[in-house]
Design a protein around this ligand. Structure first.
Ligand SMILES: Nc1ncnc2c1ncn2[C@@H]1O[C@H](COP(=O)(O)OP(=O)(O)OP(=O)(O)O)[C@@H](O)[C@H]1O
Ligand SMILES: Nc1nc2c(c(=O)[nH]1)N=C(CO)CN2
Length: 158
């Protein structure tokens, strides 16, 4: 079984309900078990700032699903929950990102693991450090908690 951390975000509709529905759908999958979850944080939009606030959280799952198949599962749950892709970084009912997959490093057109932007995003590192503070990011060699503190301190070279 692989231990995997996912980042979830929503800024359209009933945001809390969207997050809970996504978790339920993940757990309903025969080869995925949701084993831990962070709290839900209200966050200001990062990147494209003229959009509603997000609710973000992270979950830890155990799974036999391969990384590329897990991406398919995530995209299909996003589709089920009514996400319409209109613009990059724009509003969404649900976004599911694969953050860490064991200590795998993968760089494909359609999938980067660890998630390529996670070290810059407090909406990821804050909730992730609640459930994976001691986990080492395979790219930086630092723990998630150390990366969170570095981002908070404004270090750019995380
Ligand atoms: N680790 C990853 N987790 C999820 N999707 C990924 C990952 N790495 C690459 N992708 C790709 O990113 C594509 C676009 O994702 P999406 O539309 O959710 O982007 P976004 O949420 O607007 O921006 P971002 O990816 O920076 O969060 C997905 O279809 C997927 O192929
Ligand atoms: N606060 C916050 N900002 C974002 C988010 C998000 O989930 N939370 N997702 C984005 C695209 O993935 C862009 N900006």
């Amino acid at each position: 079984m692989a231990v995997v951390y996912l980042g979830l975000g929503s800024n359209m509709g009933d945001r809390r309900d969207n997050l809970e529905s996504a978790i339920q759908k993940l757990d309903d999958h025969e080869a995925i078990e949701v084993v831990n979850r962070s709290s839900i944080l209200e966050t200001e939009p990062y990147g494209k700032t003229d959009q509603p606030n997000f609710m973000n959280m992270c979950v830890m799952i155990e799974t036999r699903v391969s990384p590329l198949d897990l991406l398919e599962v995530a995209l299909s749950i996003e589709h089920d929950l009514g996400r319409v892709r209109k613009e990059v970084w724009g509003p969404r009912t649900i976004d599911i990102d694969i953050l860490l997959y064991e200590d795998l490093e993968l760089s494909l057109d359609e999938l980067n693991i660890p998630h390529a932007e996670m070290h810059k995003r407090s909406f990821v590192l804050e909730p992730l450090s609640e459930i994976a503070g001691d986990v080492v990011h395979p790219g930086t060699g630092r723990t998630i908690e150390a990366m969170r503190r570095a981002l908070e301190a404004g270090e750019t070279n995380v």
